[in-house]
Every structure is written in C-alpha cells, then in structure tokens.
Design a protein around this ligand. Structure first.
Ligand code: IVH
Length: 688
C-alpha cells in the first residue's frame, strides 16, 4: 500500500476511535459495546505498532505521556488573553442591580436584554489552546495572566478533544472547568485512606491536586472531566452571541456547558423568575453528579458585552450568584485545645464526620472558651456546623437541649505543659473568656513562636516550615528563634528525609533571611498584639535595632508607656493601651531583651524602608466598604503609605468609612456611630 493510502487508513481509524470516545464521554450516548470499542482501539494500536513513523501526537492512544522528573516545576505560560474572574454575591437583590446596570448600557433599539444562566461548576479553571485544530497547551488560570502549563495532564482528560472537528480556526483558546464527580472523588479518597495518605478536602482540591501531579498515568486513572464555557480567543469567525459560541464549541467537539437557560431581563416579573430559577437549581443540586456552587449570569449579545466592557479583574457583563453555605447538623464528640504562640488556647470542636457541600467536615473552630459558654456546649450535643468562607468550618449553635445549663468543664491546666491557666477577657462582656497558658517554655507555645518567626510576613525563611520546625524542636536542635542561626548542615541531615542538597538550601535560606527590614524583625519577635501596623510604628519610632536596645535599657517603663500611647515627647500614636501594655511587658522581660541583643550580632537590618512616605493620613483609621475603583489591597497600601491605617470593622475608633458602590451594612453602622463617610472623590481630596 502506498504512503498516502496508509495515511488515509490511519486517519480513518483515528476518526472512528475518536467518534466513539466522543459519543461515550461527551454525549453520554455510546453506540457500540465496550468490547467492540476495545477491538477498534486495539486495531489502532497495532496499526501504530506496524507504522511507527506515521504516529500522530493527537492519536487517542497518545493521551498518557511520560512522567515528569519529581522535582521539576510546571512551566509558567501567559494566557492568550486575560482570564477574568466574576463578581459574586449571595444576595438576590444584587443580581437585580446587575440587571439594571446592563439595561443602562442597552440601546432601546437593541434586542439584547437576553441573559444566559449557567451552572457555576466548582472545579479548576483552565485555558485550552488549539493551533491548526490540535491541542497545543493546557494552562491553569493562575493569576489570570499567567498560569502553570499542565498540558501533559490535560491530555488525559477524555472529554477534552486532542483534535478539533473541521472546519476549525487557525488559533483558538477556550476556557473551562476541570472537575471530579462525587463518585470519583470518593473512590480517590478511599484509595488514599487505604494507602494511609491524607484524604482530599473536597472534589475541587482533589481536581487541583491531580492536575499538578508529575505522573500522567495517575492523572489518567482519576477520571477528571471538563466543561467548556467560554471563548478566550479565536482568529476564526466572529460570533454574535454566547449561545452561538456554545453551539460552535459543541460542534468542534467540546463538552460545552449544558443546562443553560435564557432569561429576558426586560420582563416585569424578572425578580420572581430569578427566584424561581434559584429555587429550581437548589433543588437540583443534590441530584447532580458533580459539584456546582452557584449560578452564573452572562449577557448573551457579544456586541453588548463589548459595550459594557470590564473592570480590572471581572467583566461588567457577567455575574455569579453563590448558593448560601448550608448549615448541617452533627454531634459534638470532643473538644481539643490548640495553644498559640502567645499562650492563647483555641478550642477545636471534634465532630461526628459530616458532608457539607462535598467536603467531609470532622473539626470546626470555636473562638475561645467564652464561645463554648455562650453556645452552652457540652459533649454529645447536637450542633449545627457551617463552612465559613472557603475552608474553616464553624460551630453555629447547638440545636437540642437548648435549656440545658450543664456546660463542659473549663480546663484549668494547659494540656501540654500542665501549667495553671489564666483567664483573660478583652471586653467587658461576661462570657468573653480567653484562656492562656502563661508558661513561656510551654512546648507548643515555643513551636508556634518559631513557626511565626520563619513566616513570610516575618523573617521569611521560606524553606523552613511547620514540619521542619517541629522536627528540629523535637531533636532539641532549635528551641528559640536565635538557634536557627546556629544550625549546621550536618545537624539538619540528622532529620529524616533531609539530604545534603536540601540541607544546604535550607541553611542558605536561613542565611538569606539575615538581611531583613527592621519592621519585619520587630514583627517576628511575636509580641502579643503587634502585627504589621504596630511593628511599622515601632520600627519607625526606634529607627535602629541598636537604638531600640538602648532605649529599652535606659528609659523607665512609665516614659516608654506614655510615648507608646501618645502622651510622651516623641509619641507613637495609634497604639492602644492594651497593646502598649503588652509591648512593655515583653521588653521588660530581660530574657527577651537578651535575645534581641543576640540578634543584633547576627542580622543585617535594613533601616528606613518602613517609614511612611507621607504623613497626610497620619494615624487616621479607615474602614473600607463597597466596590471601589481599585482593588482593596491597593487602597490599603496607599493609605498606609500616607501614614494611615485600615481596619476591618467600623467602631467608634474609626475615623472614616471609605464607601464605594453598594456599601452594605458597614455604612449603616458608621451612620449610627457618627463615623464620617467618604466617597472616593472626597477620599482623593483628603489625600491631595
Ligand atoms: S465564566 C469572564 N462560567 O467561576 C467570565 N465561570 O469567578 C469567565 N466557573 O474562575 C468565567 N462555572 O472558574 C464562567 N459557567 C461558568 C463557570 C465559571 C464555573 C468558575 C470559573 C471562574 C469562576 C468565576
């Protein structure tokens, strides 16, 4: 047979296998039995064996590639266009505000008030790039501009085509969500538990972890799937609507978003309509085989999308509604206590395992012992648990024996070092009880202080984390932060699994941390209540480490206290009495001062970088709310650069509430407390 004929035969075989793969994995409607498929697949395999030179990269037999070296890193890749995110809400009225904004952008003659409603798949967002109809790249979303090149792993996902159906554009980039069904997630976790590996928290984490494995064979075994829901770039035909895009993506061979609905947002009963849809979706959720955490609304007309434009990170034409987090009942089995670096005891509720939105919840946090008192908790109580924000679940309240007054017993001794606990209260409320272990040598306190010291916000010793600290401590190699700077490679190599190269790199990372900004060093001391803001204030005030030591040694405590709270000659305003007290308490302890002196022989402190560049907002406390024209971290930076401070909640200590669009409950609170409310223009005037 001549080469052309062979090639034709090969292409036909590929097309046959691909057709049946597609029918099985995308359409969910196989036309041949598994046995018939196996025969067909084997035929293709044996053809390739006989004609190795003809083998194409997009052949269905070439989905699983070779392993990547264990310590290799996924390459970073720029997306063809920015992968935007979506603003989201838990509030139906905000969906209406979104519709109003769209209508404002619509010309009356345009018939474009159609919005498409789609499921919000809870997986990992990826970009797929095709050149001349062949998959060339699969990249994670990353920061929206650059992500990890995970092409090897993406190729194993059976509903992602390696080759598009023709006609196809020269270049095409689409966006989708890689996910795991609940069934696959359970299977993976069962296998992990058998192998004594930590189970994944939820299907999304499992999908994310799988996409970052170095062995495509394992990825292949995990049966990831992908819904494609957006076009990022094409040099092919222009589309007029989202539905047209979805239809064409299906034609090209993708498993494009299903279950979408059209909404006419001009109709008068639109709010009832949306409520009905949300209700319908909430009922549908438990029946779906894969996780969905909300619904997405998208303007259908591409022309209107272009007219509406985008904000910095999200388009003005799209919006997501997230289903409210469910509160699920379970039993409180036990309480454990974690001891922080300051000695504070944080109770952790140990629960009968319960599934919340696809995550098995076994532990939940409680604020402090007062929280147990307030919620009248005892062992064996039936409690409601919810997932707060993303990860840490919380005990909401107990739901049986509401009038039962017997509480679980308040611990009197530290569970680690058995020192008698102290009770402290940060407010006047009767049941605001925080328990403290006062023993500075308590093992858990010391370990937590070390973990805090190496954190990236403090000394930033990036290769030393919790695991290494715990092992170094257990071996008695490091007890106090200064000991880290005495460590030798041979000592590190005494720890399991640390070989020479790693030990060298760890020592290097410790060495690198010696050059540090003064405020970061001050923060790393772990003085109670001293976070970034106060650390910067202290660093600015003392200006050098030598000066700090001298002042602490020579100033009487009362003078320093007055200066910290703003009554002295030099004044460090913005530091409250309790914090000032904690600072004095810390510096008064000669052992702490002794430690600091030892650091001055080791570290190379960079001074001055931490000084505010302007004092325009000196000591003013701002709280931010609503949608502002810049991302919040940028505004926070700007305020801090000008000497101000950003706080999370409005109180009568707050000087200004900077309110953007849709300010929410903080505004009402500010009005009630008489806190001045600024819009962005007034804020700019204040700055300039
Ligand atoms: S559209 C520019 N549609 O939700 C709009 N996103 O913040 C791009 N997601 O990161 C997103 N299902 O990972 C869109 N049907 C869907 C989606 C969806 C899930 C994810 C996506 C994105 C996040 C939105």
């Amino acid at each position: 047979m001549d080469k052309k004929e062979l090639e034709k035969q090969y292409q036909e075989l590929i097309a046959q296998v691909e057709k049946h793969n597609h029918l099985y994995y995308v359409e969910n409607a196989p036309q041949i039995s598994d046995r018939e498929f196996d025969e067909l697949y084997k035929k293709l395999e044996s053809f390739e064996k006989d004609h190795p030179k003809l083998v194409m990269d997009y052949s269905p037999t070439r989905r699983v590639g070779a392993k990547l070296p264990k310590n290799s890193k996924f390459e970073k890749r720029e997306h063809l266009a920015q992968l935007l995110s979506l603003s989201n809400t838990y509030n139906i009225s905000e969906i209406m505000d979104f519709f109003t904004r769209i209508k404002k952008g619509t010309d009356s003659e345009e018939n474009s008030c159609q919005v498409i409603l789609e499921p919000k798949y809870d997986g990992i967002s990826i970009e797929l790039v095709y050149e001349n109809g062949k998959l060339v790249r699969g990249v994670t979303r990353g920061d929206g501009l650059v992500g990890d090149d995970i092409t090897q792993n993406i190729r194993t996902i059976m509903d992602i085509p390696l080759a598009l159906r023709s006609p196809y554009p020269g270049k095409l980039s689409v966006r989708g969500e890689v996910y795991l069904t609940f069934d696959e997630f359970d299977k993976i976790n069962q296998r992990r538990e058998k192998a004594e590996k930590k189970p994944f928290m939820n299907p999304r984490n499992a999908a994310g972890g799988t996409l970052h494995l170095k062995d495509p064979e394992i990825v292949d075994s995990r049966m990831l799937q992908c819904f494609v829901y957006d076009l990022v770039f094409t040099d092919g035909p222009k589309y007029e609507s989202h539905l047209e895009i979805i239809k064409d993506l299906k034609r090209l061979g993708f498993k494009a978003v299903d279950n979408f609905e059209k909404l006419d947002i001009d109709q008068s009963e639109i709010i009832d309509e949306v409520e009905k849809k949300i209700e319908k979706w909430e009922k549908l959720l438990p029946t779906l085989p894969y996780p969905v955490d909300g619904i997405v609304f998208k303007v259908n007309s591409i022309a209107l999308r272009e007219k509406l434009g985008t904000n910095i990170k999200d388009p003005k034409w799209g919006f997501a509604y997230k289903f409210p987090t469910r509160e699920v009942p379970t039993i409180l089995d036990d309480i454990e206590y974690n001891i922080g670096r300051t000695g504070a005891l944080t109770p952790v509720a140990i629960l009968k395992p319960v599934l919340i939105d696809g995550t098995v919840v076994k532990r939940a946090s409680l604020h402090n012992f007062g929280d147990i008192v307030k919620k009248k908790l005892n062992y064996g109580d039936k409690v409601l648990v919810k997932k707060a924000g993303e990860i840490i679940p919380q005990v909401v309240k107990k739901i049986d024996n509401q009038d039962e007054e017997t509480l679980l017993e308040q611990p009197h001794r530290c569970p680690v070092c058995h020192t008698r606990l102290e009770e402290r209260s940060e407010s006047d409320e009767e049941d605001d009880i925080q328990l403290f272990c006062p023993n500075p040598h308590c093992q858990d306190r010391m370990i937590q202080s070390l973990i805090y010291f190496v954190h990236r916000n403090c000394m930033n010793i990036d290769l030393v984390g919790e695991k290494i600290i715990t092992r170094l401590f257990a071996r008695g190699l490091v007890r106090k932060p200064i000991d880290l700077y005495k460590l030798r490679e041979e000592e590190l190599m005494q720890l399991d699994l640390i070989a020479e190269v790693s030990a060298r790199k760890i020592i290097e990372s410790i060495e690198n941390s010696k050059t540090v900004e003064f405020y970061k060093f001050v923060r790393s001391l772990g003085i109670p209540n001293v976070g970034e803001f106060v650390a910067k204030k202290l660093a600015g005030y003392f200006s050098t480490l030598e000066n700090l030591i001298e002042q602490i040694e020579n100033s009487s405590v009362a003078i320093l206290f007055d200066e910290l709270t703003g009554k002295g000659e030099k004044e460090i305003k913005g530091i409250g009495k309790i914090t000032a007290f904690r600072i004095i308490e810390y510096f008064q302890n000669w052992k702490n001062l002794d430690q600091i002196k030892k650091f001055s022989d080791v570290l190379l402190i960079e001074n001055g970088k931490n000084k505010a560049r302007s004092e325009k907002l000196a000591d003013l406390k701002f709280c931010l709310t609503g949608k502002l024209s810049l991302p919040r971290p940028e505004i926070k930076k700007e305020i801090e650069k000008n000497g101000g401070r950003v706080v999370a909640t409005v109180s009568n200590q707050t000087d200004y509430l900077l309110a953007g669009e849709k300010p929410g409950s903080k505004k009402a609170k500010a009005e009630k407390l008489g806190v001045k409310i600024l819009d962005e223009e007034q804020y700019r005037t204040l700055l300039n």
